[in-house]
Design a protein around this ligand. Structure first.
Ligand SMILES: Cc1cc2nc3c(=O)[nH]c(=O)nc-3n(C[C@H](O)[C@H](O)[C@H](O)COP(=O)(O)O)c2cc1C
Ligand SMILES: Nc1ncnc2c1ncn2[C@@H]1O[C@H](COP(=O)(O)OP(=O)(O)O)[C@@H](O)[C@H]1O
Ligand SMILES: [Mg+2]
Length: 155
């Protein structure tokens, strides 16, 4: 994973509305353009890192990149669940993410309950790993301090 940490920003767009309603785990989805610009060696799978909305605080996050085999999506998506309770939805705002580590490949599951418990396991694992000093320092990266007015992708 030569490209980690990987930093990118993009506008939050609508997905299929499954995250909150079916899973109880909302995911902020990136536009196709951001997904298409991922370096080729950032493979599909589940990652963890840091995220902020607009110029807001930086929080722990997990991100899923791929086709969501359980739902058999035909388009690749990149969806971030932020470990923070927001007062309201933030569609249309700029989401800033720093992907710092890899957790596992995407999988299919034989029930919604097993998908949900896998994601909850990812969240717990990510919270633990992000407390390591090498990861904590990225929370303070200048990436999160520059004006957040542009949609861009890369380092
Ligand atoms: C940490 C995390 C792990 C995930 N792992 C899987 C997975 O292994 N297989 C899968 O089909 N979907 C996985 N998902 C994606 C969910 O299926 C997806 O977030 C859900 O379908 C919501 O989609 P929506 O934003 O289009 O509504 C994962 C999502 C997150 C946040
Ligand atoms: N902690 C959170 N992490 C990610 N998104 C959140 C969070 N809290 C609220 N949201 C909102 O929920 C939306 C995602 O919900 P979701 O059910 O996945 O719908 P969609 O399919 O449109 O992505 C995000 O775009 C954001 O506006
Ligand atoms: Mg979503």
């Amino acid at each position: 994973m030569r490209h980690l940490p990987y930093f990118c920003r993009g506008q939050v767009v609508r997905g299929f509305g499954r995250g909150s309603k079916q899973l109880g785990i909302p995911t902020a989805n990136f536009p196709e353009q951001v997904v298409d610009n991922l370096p080729t060696d950032v493979s599909t799978g589940i990652y963890y890192g840091w995220a902020s909305v607009g110029s807001g605080d930086v929080h722990k996050m997990v991100v899923s990149i791929g086709w969501n085999p359980y739902y058999k999506n035909t388009k690749k998506s990149m969806e971030t669940h932020i470990m923070h309770t927001f007062k309201e939805d933030f569609y249309g705002e700029i989401l800033n993410v720093a992907i710092v580590g890899y957790l596992r490949p995407e999988k299919n599951f034989d029930s919604l309950e097993s998908l949900i418990s896998a994601i909850q396991g990812d969240i717990e694992e990510a919270k633990k790993r992000l407390d390591l000093p090498e990861h904590l320092k990225l929370k303070e990266d200048n990436f999160f301090k520059v004006p957040k007015s542009k949609v861009m992708n890369g380092h």
